[in-house]
Design a protein around this ligand. Structure first.
Ligand SMILES: [Zn+2]
Length: 82
């Protein structure tokens, strides 16, 4: 997803199940797994990011198959207003 900003309504493709959902759904689904206040504080939203570095340890939980995937493996399928 390098070079493109992730927006709430960006469609992201899961590399595991090949299904897509909106970035905001990925975000909320992942944040729901942060059970403590500290985890929630440290949570890094997908939205507003410009690509995710391959070195990054960020994982996001797929809303469709519930697997955790590396942030950099997510693909932006389309941004609605592009
Ligand atoms: Zn999936």
């Amino acid at each position: 997803m390098a070079g493109r900003f992730v927006k709430k309504d960006s469609l992201l493709l899961c590399p595991e199940c090949k299904k897509t959902d909106y970035a905001i759904v990925w975000d909320e689904n992942t944040r729901d797994t942060c059970v403590s206040r500290e985890l929630r504080r440290n949570y890094t939203s997908l939205i507003g990011k410009r690509g995710i570095q391959r070195e990054s340890k960020l994982h996001y939980k797929c809303p469709k198959c519930s697997k955790f995937v590396h942030g950099w493996k997510l693909k932006i399928i389309k941004n609605i207003d592009e």
